[in-house]
Design a protein around this ligand. Structure first.
Ligand code: C5P
Length: 229
């Protein structure tokens, strides 16, 4: 397939306060990873998918693929992740092979991302040839504070956005940027930008929020019980 998707699911999810790694926490009866895989499989075009899982959960990830991917399971593989998200993405890139022209990197923890939000990223990568990230405006006022909690100032939020995933890139851009990365970056777009490549934005989606805390998990449960709109 011309599209490759890396689902990073190798984090521990400490902030969720569960014993199992976050991607294997149950959400409305199936794992967060199962929901994430189901989401990307709803794209109209076939994709080569690599799931990056914790080393201790490779069998569990294989079981999710068997359960969710059905006829598409031949396109899905599982590899083990690294210490950092960046190391996990690098493992995914290595496993993806050279066929995909466009690569998406998606957090398993954003498992309710709507298909059209994913498609917008794919389309924009093809149109622009640049890196593409889904973003949303910042709703709250943002302030800088010192270590003691005193307010130093208010940041102009008109220039600020929240960044979601999937982030999309032409394959050769992200492969080259990863090969040249000299330090850890907080997202793939920052790493690609540090290599000198352009990055642009498309509209994100409220449902693409990242499950991080127990509160987020409850929000996701509620959405699945009672879809918005
Ligand atoms: O920890 P956080 O929620 O920010 O991680 C974002 C995504 O990156 C998650 O889906 C997580 O599983 C993944 N990750 C990973 N390998 C790591 C750390 C995080 O695949 N070492």
């Amino acid at each position: 397939p011309a599209l490759g998707i890396i689902i990073v699911a190798a984090g521990s999810g400490t902030r969720l306060g569960r014993r199992e790694p976050k991607a294997f926490v149950s959400l409305a009866g199936r794992s967060i990873l199962a929901h994430a895989l189901e989401g990307v499989l709803q794209l109209a075009e076939p994709a080569r998918i690599v799931i990056v899982a914790p080393r201790s959960r490779l069998d569990a990830a294989d079981a999710v693929v068997a359960q969710v991917a059905g006829a598409a399971r031949g396109y899905v593989s599982v590899v083990s992740g690294g210490e950092s998200r960046q190391a996990s993405v690098a493992a995914g890139l290595a496993a993806l092979g050279e066929a995909p022209r466009v690569v998406l990197v998606h957090d398993a923890a954003r498992c309710l991302t709507p298909t059209d939000a994913i498609q917008r990223v794919v389309d924009a990568v093809r149109e622009t040839g640049a890196g593409v990230i889904p973003v949303q405006p910042v709703a709250d006022t943002i302030k800088r504070v010192d270590p003691a909690g005193a307010v130093l100032g208010t940041v102009d939020r008109s220039e600020l956005v929240h960044v979601q995933t999937p982030q999309g890139f032409p394959r050769e851009l992200i492969v080259d940027a990863y090969a040249r990365a000299e330090r850890e970056h907080t997202d793939d777009a920052a790493l690609v930008a540090a290599a000198g490549y352009p990055v642009t934005t498309v509209a994100g989606d409220d449902a693409a929020f990242k499950i991080t805390t127990p509160w987020d998990l409850r929000r996701a449960e509620t959405m699945l019980r009672r879809p918005v709109g």
